[in-house]
Design a protein around this ligand. Sequence first.
Ligand code: SF4
Length: 372
Amino acid sequence: MNASISREHQFDDQVVIPALGQQLNLLGFEPEPAVLAEGTYFDAPTVDLDSYDHVVVCVSGKDSIACLLALIEQGVDLRRVELWHHRVDGAEGSTLMDWAFNDSFIEKFAAAFNLPLYFSWLQGGIEGEMLKMEAYSKPHVVETPAGTICLDRDTSRTSPATRRRFPQQSANLATRWCSSAAKIDVGRRAITNQGRFLGSKTLFVTGERRAESSNRSKYNQLEPHAVDRRKGRLGRHVDAWRPVLHYSEEQVWELLARHRVEAPVPYRLGWGRFSCMTCIYNSPKVWATIQKYFPERVTPIAGYEDEFGCTISRQKINVVDLSATADAFDITDLDALAQGRQREYTLPIFTPEGKAWQLPAGAFVTEGCGSV
Ligand code: SF4
């Protein structure tokens, strides 16, 4: 059997047949071919990585790090891989949402793997968008191999609008607008405004896992990305792939341990996820922890809640009162705590030789701190 036929059989075994079976089981039917949109697979733990010209890995927390490591284990050609990160606070001075060290951490992470890194962001970040009053949203800024581009908004089809309230917890992205405004829209425009993605194949890699929520349990593992135009005049072929969609959290930590990648700081502090530090999904315990160890991060949030007359919590309790209803994590990792307060990331990316890799305090913690 030649290599390509073998690969096709493997693809059928691992992708096509399980996807069909899964769909049928969900529907409770006897086997009948399920219909998925062309190019869409419910299960696709491996793909033909060599068929892509660009592999974009969106990096943030442990699951996206696991994506990169899974790609490496699957033999990806690292010359085609680039890392992207959407700055939720932008780069104009806002410090409302993100961890202080995040940009520096991502830069050092990319350097440790010798990979190009491109930041992109909504000018002014989530804070700027939240303060919008009878105004248009700010431009997007995208770093590219050819330099940084600033993408103005199309004001011909929209009207000025007012937000002046925090995004609210919801599966609806119009209500939980932070995810769409600060990440999803930025990523889409970063693809659609770069000519290098035309007439080529791009794999867009993100780190969602089915075990995180019932919503994510229904995600397809491989599908055409929202900006895919493979059949159009532009020939822009973009696949969205979630290589660790089927992983348990245990498998994610095992992968990091195998590659001796240190658990990022938020997990070492007890957080179960590496999202915005002041995420709208933070539980009272997480707010209590921020109030105890990083009180300067709670004050501006509470100030905006007062100013808007609208709290993050649906129970109309502001973050200060919310934090008083729970006990903080007991942080014992003092290196991580010191790092949590600094902008410059100074801890190692890989566990130094002679030191045992450590499972962090936040492993398997289910305390709310990030959208699902
Ligand atoms: S991490 Fe939380 S606050 Fe940040 S964009 Fe996602 S849902 Fe919004």
